[in-house]
Design a protein around this ligand. Structure first.
Ligand code: HEM
Length: 548
């Protein structure tokens, strides 16, 4: 039973009790309010004892499932009530508790969740019964607040339509067509970094690569999603991008931690709806509103070109290669849905993709031989003196070692290392009865590095696994071994874009610069947040590579 239902129920029962007590005239001088409070406190203690002590030990329907030892009432199976990183303890449970696909785990205050520990459980949840399992309400709320989009509340029918009509904008063939635009922005980034290096008198100039990568990503997404050049590379402080990055960076603030924690027990969405006008006036709200108005403007401009939206009319009007243009050409999305979709792409894409580029740079800086090998491959395809023709740029995507590095970064550094679902109806999983409301955790990082799925070197960063026989699979033995993009009907629709963007930015950087990190020792530290992101970013020392 969800916590908030139980608490409301107990309060309601107690209130009735107090009223009956009062009606029977047995108050003996105590005020009815005192009695009411006393009864409610006793009931809440009884309720807490039941859910924290007796339920996990005797009443849970999952009592036959294995569970990590050493649970405490306050912290559950965690070491802290507010751990900085949620995923390592879940990964440990995955790796150390023998199970047949499900492990029982207790969050602080003994909230019970189930951890999926084999690919069969993931396949059933993500693919075979994807409409039985949705995103938990706190995750939905967070996604909607961060993306400024109502997308996540789509019905499964709405979701199918969304996927069907957007598919043409996400095929590998379409992404190949926009590769030159992605490369153009990557090239611009290199020119600006070089200019910065030339203007600097310091021989040991340190470049904040995170900042360049973020700006480049934002510009690329502006083009890919809206056909709009945000020109953030040229104007570093332009627009809402910086404020939005700041907001995403504060995801582990105490307010968010507390909010998330409380939402495990109480449904506070009505309260948040009341607070909505205040939240909209916050820095985050204003940044999102500014981006939303840019998206709306771009969508309306394209719709105006189109006239009455029938697919054939719109295609003839050349709405561009961007995702919004293609969505309008489908003729099915009303303006506000176009805006919601645009917001989702603009807020979900740049951060995850930019983070993957950072991790690629980190690994290449740690391994100069790997870096040289990649530089040779990229320079053979696209020599420094060559004009970046469309064909050459498109060929980048087919470079085996570059693709191997991109795939390995995505495997080794999943942006969302711990994914979650909630059972939206009574259902079954691996033959277990799963009551509605059960929270499921999917330890993505543990699957991505599982020795049983990837072999003995599963915990090493090794792009070679994606070459030769491993091409396409990385040598993994199961289609559900890599979960960085999710799986099933809700899998990341933007993965071809992500791969193309990571390939272009990494190729452009490595082709032009020999990269060392000034903060090599500390750059690998992960920021406390739900995402796997470096705390400091990549502070690089760059040496320009000259034509031989
Ligand atoms: C390395 C980069 C990326 C990673 C690691 C990533 C990861 C993910 C994951 C794990 C999901 C599934 C979430 C879930 O079901 O819980 C997802 C969904 C999604 N992603 Fe990505 N993503 C990346 C890049 C992108 C890009 C570039 C775009 C847009 C161009 C994008 C757009 C989306 C959308 C629209 C969904 C929702 C799909 C649906 O529900 O049908 N992502 N992404």
């Amino acid at each position: 039973m969800p916590g908030f239902v139980a608490s409301w129920l107990s309060i309601w029962v107690c209130t009735c009790g107090a009223v009956i007590y009062q009606a029977l005239g047995r108050s003996n001088g105590f005020s009815s309010l005192t009695i009411l409070l006393a009864i409610e406190i006793v009931a809440l203690i009884a309720w807490a004892l039941y859910w924290m002590l007796f339920y996990p030990a005797y009443f849970t329907p999952f009592r036959h499932l294995p569970t990590p030892p050493g649970r405490t009432l306050l912290r559950g199976n965690r070491k802290e009530v507010f751990p900085d990183y949620a995923w390592p303890e879940i990964r440990a449970a995955y790796e150390t508790i023998p199970s047949r696909g499900l492990v029982r785990f207790y969050e602080p205050l003994s909230t019970e969740v189930l951890v999926a520990t084999n690919t069969e459980a993931v396949k059933e949840m993500f693919t075979l019964k994807s409409d039985h399992f949705g995103h938990p309400k706190n995750v939905q709320y967070l996604i909607n607040r961060l993306t400024g989009s109502k997308f996540n509340f789509l019905s499964s029918h709405g979701h199918k339509l969304f996927r069907k009509h957007l598919r043409p904008a996400f095929t590998p063939g379409h992404v190949r067509r926009i590769m030159p635009a992605i490369w153009g922005k990557s090239d611009k980034m290199i020119t600006l970094i070089e200019r910065g290096l030339e203007n600097d008198q310091e021989p040991k100039h340190i470049v904040d690569l995170r900042d360049y990568i973020r700006r480049t990503m934002w510009d690329i997404f502006g083009l890919a999603v809206l056909g709009h050049d945000c020109r953030t590379l040229e104007n570093p402080t332009a627009g809402a991008r910086d404020r939005l990055s700041g907001i995403l960076g504060r995801l582990n603030s105490p307010a968010i931690k507390w909010g998330n924690f409380i939402m495990n027990y109480l449904d506070v969405r009505p309260l948040l709806a009341v607070l909505s006008p205040i939240l909209e006036r916050s820095q985050a709200g204003k940044a999102l509103e500014q981006i939303r108005s840019t998206v709306r403007h771009a969508a309306l401009e394209k719709q105006a070109k189109c006239g009455p939206p029938t697919p054939s009319d719109c295609v003839a009007k050349d709405l561009g290669l961007d995702i919004t243009g293609i969505s309008i050409a489908s003729g099915i999305f009303p303006t506000e849905e176009l805006v919601d979709n645009g917001m989702l792409f603009l807020t979900a894409g740049p951060n995850s993709t930019g983070t993957a580029v950072e991790w690629a740079i980190y690994e290449l800086a740690r391994r100069p031989t790997m870096q040289d090998r990649l530089r040779r491959e990229v320079s053979n395809c696209l020599p420094l003196s060559a004009t970046s023709s469309v064909e050459l740029v498109q060929h980048l995507q087919a470079l085996p070692y570059l693709s191997a590095i991109v795939n390995e970064v995505i495997r080794y550094y999943p942006f969302v290392p711990l994914s979650s679902r909630v059972a939206e109806k009574d259902t079954t999983l691996l033959g277990e009865h799963i009551p509605k409301g059960t929270i499921m955790l999917i330890p993505v990082e543990a699957f991505n590095r599982d020795v049983r799925l990837w072999g003995a070197d599963s915990d090493q960063f090794n792009p070679d696994r994606w070459l030769g026989d491993g091409e396409g699979s990385g040598g993994a033995t199961n289609a559900y071994a890599m979960l960085s993009f999710g799986a099933g009907p809700g899998t990341c629709i933007g993965q071809s874009y992500a791969r193309a963007m990571i390939a272009c930015l990494v190729a452009a950087l490595v082709r032009r610069f020999e990269i060392e990190l000034a903060n090599l020792e500390t750059a690998g530290r992960v920021r406390p947040a739900p995402f796997m992101k470096s705390e400091e970013g990549m502070m690089a020392r760059l040496r320009v590579v000259r034509e031989q």
